[in-house]
Design a protein around this ligand. Structure first.
Ligand SMILES: *Cc1c(COP(=O)(O)O)cnc(C)c1O
Length: 423
């Protein structure tokens, strides 16, 4: 076997892996049609038939609801906006605690702070990396009002147990399915497994509209409140006959007709794009599972993983080579691998310093808040261990990957493990 690239040999792969591209002629044509219509957004921020947006926005919402088998789909301009609206709709406010995952994109937790409530971090499961039911139970308090469950990397959260905990404690559950359109749990679509679900249509996600998002719910009241928050609720509530004014400060989270037109085309491709992700992941797993120093992605019984990210656990105690060294060696062979995912959120400066609104410590020292939240390093040991020591992330399970590309990834691992004693 040839010399490792890090020791001066030739890399297995000298050209980059293919980019993920989902946009084509259908999207271009759909956008051209919107341009010809000249109406790029038809919303009005008042009680009027256009309060719900133009024809393409409403069409995408109908298609989305049908595709995911849910009563209401409400488009927004990002999943971040969608999470903010979902938290607002759920009625959370000052003094409340919301249980969140530390190992996710930042907005999954900051949506809680937007409503002056307190994010309380519960640790993740070491196999599927989503928030674990046991850790949720450990941080429950009389102040807990909601849980945000993130289907991280495309694996649905442990909803059977989490919805049970929620029912026993009268909590609203929000599913952040930004990474999981196309995933399933017990034949139900990820995104529809909780009280409210949020999808992302950001450029980096499985299907996209540049920027965009969709909030879904079977609950009429929650869906109406999301529609209100999306579009200047405070101007509309009286004429619409809305009497519950809690969190009815509205925003402009509206999607344009352009993104909606693109979204309709993208949605048609979702199933096929997900199958391709699964094809790539299964292909990699079939070979990579043979290495004792790697744990390939776990898929829970009844779950379909959509592999937005392909997570691998690396066991340095088996090789005697640290993860950072191992990742460096893989990169030298031409495989840009991620070490961990994101810093556990509570370690961000905003949480460590408890500075959010102004400089006085609001909302953490709010007189309405009777708890004392802990953001110390060590509160979520599994998330920290995954981040600092074990997790490797690959972004190469997608439709543009050929068998040759996947074989190159496997060859890189074979070469590195064959030469591991030289490191
Ligand atoms: C991308 C992402 C978001 C935010 O999506 P945007 O549409 O970019 O605002 C939220 N949560 C998770 C888990 C994500 O991956």
């Amino acid at each position: 076997m040839s010399e490792l690239a890090i020791l001066g040999g030739d890399p297995v792969r000298s050209i980059p892996f293919p980019d993920y591209v989902t946009i084509g002629a259908d999207e271009a044509e759909a956008v051209a049609e919107v341009m010809t219509s000249t109406v790029l957004s038809q919303y009005l921020g008042k009680w009027h038939k256009d309060f719900f947006g133009g024809p393409r926005v409403q069409k995408l919402e109908e298609e989305w609801a049908t595709h995911f088998g849910i009563k209401h789909a409400v488009t927004v301009n990002s999943a971040t906006s969608g999470l903010y609206a979902a938290l607002g709709a759920s009625g959370v406010g000052p003094g409340d605690e919301v249980i969140v995952s530390p190992y996710t994109m930042t907005a999954s937790a900051s949506c809680v702070l937007v409503y002056n409530a307190i994010p309380v971090f519960a640790d993740i499961d070491e196999n599927i990396f989503t928030i674990s039911p046991e850790s949720i139970k450990r941080v429950l308090s009389e102040r807990t009002k909601a849980i945000v469950v993130v289907d991280i990397f495309g694996h649905p959260g442990d909803f059977e147990k989490i919805m049970e905990i929620a029912a026993e404690n009268n909590l609203i559950v929000i599913e952040d399915a930004a990474q999981a359109p196309g995933a399933y749990l017990n034949e139900r679509c990820a995104g529809t497994l909780a009280d409210i679900g949020v999808f992302s249509l950001n450029y980096h996600k499985t299907i996209h509209t540049g920027e965009g998002g969709v909030v879904v719910s079977d609950n009429d009241d929650l869906a109406e409140r999301v529609q209100l928050i999306r579009n200047h609720a405070e101007v509309v509530v009286e004429e619409k006959g809305v009497s519950n004014l809690v969190n009815m400060l509205g925003f402009n989270y509206r999607m344009t007709e352009i993104e909606a037109a693109i979204g309709s085309e993208q949605l048609k491709k979702l199933e096929a794009l997900t199958s391709e992700r699964i094809r790539c992941a299964d292909y990699l797993t079939a070979s990579l599972k043979e290495f004792p120093a790697l744990s390939t992605p776990h898929v829970s019984a009844g779950a379909v993983h959509s592999y937005y990210v392909y997570p691998l656990k690396y066991h340095a105690e088996i090789t005697g080579v640290s993860r950072s060294k191992f990742a460096e060696v893989l990169r030298a062979e031409g495989l840009p691998v991620g070490e961990g995912y994101v810093q556990p959120i509570y370690l961000q400066a905003m949480y460590q310093n408890k500075i959010v609104y102004g400089s006085s410590g609001c909302p953490f020292n709010c007189p309405l808040y009777s708890g004392k939240v802990n953001y110390d390093k060590g509160i979520c040991p599994v998330a920290e261990r995954m981040h600092e020591q074990e997790l490797l992330t690959l972004n190469f399970t997608h439709a543009n990957m050929t068998e040759k590309d996947l074989d190159d990834i496997i060859t890189i691992f074979v070469k590195v493990f064959d030469n591991i004693n030289k490191l």
